[in-house]
Ligand binder design. Structure first.
Ligand code: G3H
Ligand code: 13P
Ligand code: ZN
Length: 311
């Protein structure tokens, strides 16, 4: 099996009423934890790399680790650039073997977003690579871009057909109330997603795959594990898993998860050191961290995404 694009995955997911998990990867243990879970669950997979991950781990290392995961799992895996912000970054990932890129022009005005996205689509499609665009602005932090509270904006359903037609994108990320990071809703606030916007979008784009960013549920067990072992995270509230499940049965074909991976890894390592303060062999604490990621991802595949058995 070689790296695949999301074309076939999204078609089946849309028709089958489930979603594919897009998990952010930064190192070997994260890739192993995710792909071992997907193998056991026979789930198709998107592994995504942010520009920060690329700076941290190096493009070639990440590509080779993902290639190793394909050899080990024989699963359909797509390697995707998360939040590409320039044509040059997207081109570099396309030239360097990625099968999918996101060009996130959501911070530009509409016409500039269309022009930038279209330019990336033309280059990507010439190279057999698919493209995710974004309309609407999510709050939260991603790489160096921080969208402040109150400065996000929901996707306008009246723009989506024009955007997709003029750019030629293969999937579209929309803003319906999710946000990046661990602090998605204020304490005491009831989490809500604008399913009405999702429905309006899919009415205007029948059969077209929609993407949800900022979709970690900020699993309380891991926040608790961090705080019980020397951490000090304030109340962190994520997207309830039943809402994500509902989105997956609708037009949402790709659900992005990063913060839950970070929490699982950090909580487990903190607990390990609290219990074993004299240990210093990285394999000793990275092994349970990898196991925690594996368990968390298996849970998402089965209970949230519904893509188990769909590889
Ligand atoms: O949406 C952003 C992802 O969580 C990636 O985060 O840019 O810190 O790698 P990062
Ligand atoms: P979370 O911060 O909710 O995990 O979102 C990740 C994401 O959208 C990556 O693009
Ligand atoms: Zn994102």
């Amino acid at each position: 099996m070689a790296l695949v694009t999301t074309k076939e995955m999204f078609k089946k997911a849309y028709e089958g009423g489930y979603a594919i998990g897009a998990f952010n990867v930064n190192n070997m243990e994260i890739i192993q934890g995710i792909t071992e879970a997907a193998k056991e669950q026979q789930a198709p997979l998107i592994l995504q790399v942010s520009s920060g991950a690329r700076k941290y781990a190096n493009h070639t290392y990440l590509v080779k680790l993902v290639e190793a995961a394909i050899i080990e799992t024989d699963l359909p895996i797509c390697l995707h650039l998360d939040h590409g912000d320039t044509f040059e970054l997207c081109k570099s990932c396309i030239d360097g073997g990625f099968t999918s890129v996101m060009i996130d022009g959501s911070h530009h005005d509409y016409e500039d977003n269309v022009a930038l996205t279209k330019k990336v689509v033309e280059y990507a499609h010439d190279h057999g690579v698919v493209v995710e665009g974004e309309l609407g602005k999510l709050e939260g932090v991603e790489d160096d871009v921080k969208v402040a509270e109150g400065e996000g904006s929901y996707t306008d359903p009246d723009q989506v057909l024009d955007f997709v037609t003029r750019t030629g994108v293969d999937s579209l990320a929309i803003a319906i109330g999710t946000s990046h990071g661990a602090y998605k809703f204020k304490p005491g606030m009831k989490p809500q997603l604008r399913f009405d916007i999702l429905d309006e979008v899919s009415k205007r784009l029948p059969g077209f795959p929609i993407v949800l960013h900022g979709a970690s549920s900020v699993m309380p067990e891991f926040v608790k594990m961090i705080n019980e072992n020397g951490g000090n995270m304030p109340d962190a509230i994520g997207i309830p898993e039943d809402m994500l499940r509902e989105a997956a049965t609708k037009a949402v074909c790709k659900i992005n998860i990063d913060s839950d991976l970070r929490l699982a890894m950090t909580g487990t390592i903190r607990k390990y050191f609290a219990e074993n303060p004299s240990h210093f062999d990285p394999r000793q604490y990275l092994k349970p961290a990898r196991e925690a990621i594996k368990g968390m991802v298996a849970h998402k595949i089965v209970n949230v995404l519904g893509c188990n058995g769909k590889a």
